[in-house]
Design a protein around this ligand. Structure first.
Ligand code: GDP
Ligand code: MG
Length: 196
């Protein structure tokens, strides 16, 4: 699936030309187990009681249109960072194709927080000179007793990263909607400043 749809001009160019500038490819990255797929599932609406308007484009690609500040935006969410079946190329691919990134760590796992810094550096290296919208995401905020990374540390890290910061809980669905709205706003901010 991946090769067929991404190595050729097929689906990518169709998506971007059809939806114009309101379609954004958002990539989830971060250590295994931090909750990337759980966040993706909420985005995809698998927990919605009524049927969802999300389209599943592949086993780890989701598309959904949201209204943010009165303007619609389509997010294509990629959750394939941990997919090693296809080989290491998938991570290079992830680093190249995103219009925006969610770098996720778990607030209960300091190693995953340190990994987030590494990923930020890798991303900067892979996309030099580009001003890519990023949100640093401290997930599992419901697990208060197991917290290893404070809110202040997360926030300070985001300042160094020059990106936004949010704590979420996929388990209790806290701040997840805000996360996806936030990334749309970040992309728009850059788009609008380019147009001026
Ligand atoms: P991924 O490897 O980054 O895709 O992480 P998963 O989404 O597979 O989540 C790994 C484990 O953490 C699963 O058992 C999830 O149920 C759990 N998990 C994910 N998000 C949360 C959260 O916000 N709070 C809690 N308590 N558990 C979570
Ligand atoms: Mg996963």
């Amino acid at each position: 699936y991946y090769r067929r749809s991404w190595s050729s001009e097929s689906s990518d160019s169709v998506i971007s030309s059809e939806s114009g500038s309101n379609c954004y490819r958002v990539v989830l990255i971060g250590e295994l187990g931090v909750g990337k797929s759980s966040l993706a599932n909420i985005f995809a609406g698998v927990h919605d009681s009524i049927d969802s308007d999300c389209e599943v484009l592949g086993e780890d690609t989701y598309e959904r249109t949201l209204m943010v500040d009165g303007e619609s935006a389509t997010i294509i969410l990629l959750d394939m960072w941990d997919n090693k079946r296809e080989g290491e190329w998938i991570r290079d691919h992830c680093m190249q194709v995103g219009d925006a990134y969610l770098i996720v760590y778990s607030i209960t796992d300091r190693a995953s927080f340190e990994k987030a810094s590494e990923l930020r550096i890798q991303l900067r290296r892979a996309r030099q000179k580009e001003d890519i919208p990023i949100i640093l995401v401290g997930n599992k905020s419901d697990l208060v007793r197991c917290r290893e990374v404070s809110v202040a540390e997360g926030r300070a890290c985001a300042v160094v990263f020059d990106c936004k910061f949010i704590e979420t809980s996929a388990a209790v669905q806290h701040n997840v909607k805000e996360l996806f709205e936030g990334i749309v706003r970040q992309v728009r901010l850059r788009r609008d400043s380019k147009e001026k």
